[in-house]
Design a protein around this ligand. Structure first.
Ligand SMILES: Nc1nc2c(ncn2[C@@H]2O[C@H](COP(=O)(O)OP(=O)(O)OP(=O)(O)O)[C@@H](O)[C@H]2O)c(=O)[nH]1
Ligand SMILES: [Mg+2]
Ligand SMILES: [Zn+2]
Length: 398
């Protein structure tokens, strides 16, 4: 790759990066390019419908690679799984924040709502966020558009459940003669407002809740293996799926879906330890944000106020977060002592953040965009990001 302006020292390159699909580590100069000539369709690893990936030997003056048919190529792919990743990953360090939670907990709605608010309210939230490569976040844009940019806000919309395979969320690749499934991440360029912190890339994953159930992550589908590398975790807890929480928050018992979210949390902790080679009795040192979702349904009864957003003076407020954390923790202790016990057994640093992606419960046919009014939707992600080293909440001990 000598002589290629993309890799010259004039550009400040990271020394090594990790593929956001398969987490293979590699040097920038080992990145493959995605061919552009339509005749080069078909890649032995990425699949028959994908353009060939190649290690270039020819470049033009701008640093674009020239594919074997002579076309200019600028899209990059991992040398192992051959999935495309944003060019910014060559230059800016990336932090993974894993999003975890039981099926139906509200992960996808929360991500869409948080992204929408982060894009528009950077000044107030203290974080500027943009797509690292818009094309690669298309699945998230669809969700945001459905909920927040609908042409007819009176017509009910429904965000589909995340698939467990296929769809836009996973890619099938052929590695060393066997089929493997890798997840598709959402990648953002993020900068803290007013702080001299360099830009970072934030890598998020929206798995189907089923993948966090015990036994659901295997060698052929390593779709939650980001847990081995993440610097922060947002665990989406749905209090309405827990009979004890429902009682503690004064919700009717009804025939609502229930799930053992303490077991999902314990399984997550065991994967974090396993992938990092830790002992089973060691506390996980990754900071954990518990996003207490669907707060529109339970916050009032639980004495948690979401009236004021947790931002002050152009950034997240540690004081407001702490107050909300204490109220949520009190509710959890009353409603689900088994969840609190699972939490204490596995994590040293935990922050509970109430939030509502929609601000309204939908009806049978979905939710009307005109009724959507998110509360604190971005807060769990802003908190997780600001809790990373160098962030506004770095020393936070809730
Ligand atoms: N009341 C209320 N309901 C919500 C909110 N957010 C999501 N929901 C509902 O919760 C259900 C599940 O939401 P999803 O975002 O699809 O949940 P998920 O965690 O992504 O689920 P999987 O993809 O199956 O893992 C949907 O029916 C939503 O309408 C909220 O803020 N308030
Ligand atoms: Mg989902
Ligand atoms: Zn890869």
């Amino acid at each position: 790759m000598h002589g290629n302006p993309i890799f010259e020292p004039a550009r400040d390159l990271v020394r090594r990066l990790h593929c956001p699909h398969c987490w293979q580590g590699f040097a920038p100069s080992d990145a493959l390019f995605v061919s552009e000539d339509p005749r080069l369709l078909g890649d032995p690893v990425a699949g028959a419908d994908e353009p060939l990936r190649f290690l270039p030997s020819r470049f033009d003056l701008t640093g674009a690679a020239i594919d074997p048919e002579g076309a200019r190529c600028t899209r990059l792919a991992c040398p192992r799984c051959r999935q495309e990743f944003p060019r910014a990953m060559l230059e800016v360090p990336a932090s993974i924040v894993s999003v975890v939670g039981a099926p139906g907990a509200g992960k996808s709605h929360l991500l869409a709502s948080a992204a929408w608010s982060l894009r528009r309210e950077g000044v107030r939230l203290g974080i500027e966020m943009t797509d690292a490569e818009p094309r690669l976040n298309a699945r998230l844009h669809e969700a945001e558009n459905l909920l927040f940019a609908s042409a007819d806000p009176q017509r009910s919309v429904r965000l589909a459940k995340t698939e467990t395979a296929g769809g836009g969320g996973y890619r099938a690749v052929r590695l060393d003669g066997r089929d493997e499934t890798v997840p598709v991440p959402f990648i953002f360029a993020v900068r803290s407002h007013g702080l001299q912190r360099a830009e970072r890339l934030l890598v998020l994953y929206d798995n189907a809740g089923e993948h966090f159930m015990p036994g659901a992550d295997d060698a052929m589908r390593p779709v939650t293996r980001h847990l081995g590398r993440s610097e922060g975790v947002v665990f989406v807890l749905d209090p309405t799926q827990d009979p004890g929480f429902r009682r503690a928050a004064g919700l009717p018992e009804g025939n609502a879906v229930t799930s053992r979210q303490d077991l999902v949390l314990a399984e997550m902790a065991s994967r974090i330890r396993h992938h990092r080679g830790r002992r089973t009795d060691e506390a996980c040192d990754v900071p954990l944000v518990i996003a207490m979702a669907k707060a529109d349904l339970w916050a009032k009864a639980a004495g948690v106020s979401l009236h004021e957003e947790p931002y002050e003076g152009g950034g997240i407020s540690a004081a407001r977060l702490r107050a909300a954390h204490q109220a949520c923790m009190a509710l959890a202790q009353r409603g689900s002592p088994e969840f609190v016990a699972a939490l204490r057994a596995a994590f040293g640093r935990v922050l509970m953040v109430p939030c509502s992606a929609l601000g309204a419960a939908g009806e049978m046919d979905g939710v009307r965009p005109s009724q959507i009014e998110p509360h604190w939707a971005a807060a769990p992600f802003v908190a997780a990001f600001e809790w990373l080293p160098g962030g506004r909440l770095e020393g936070l001990q809730p």
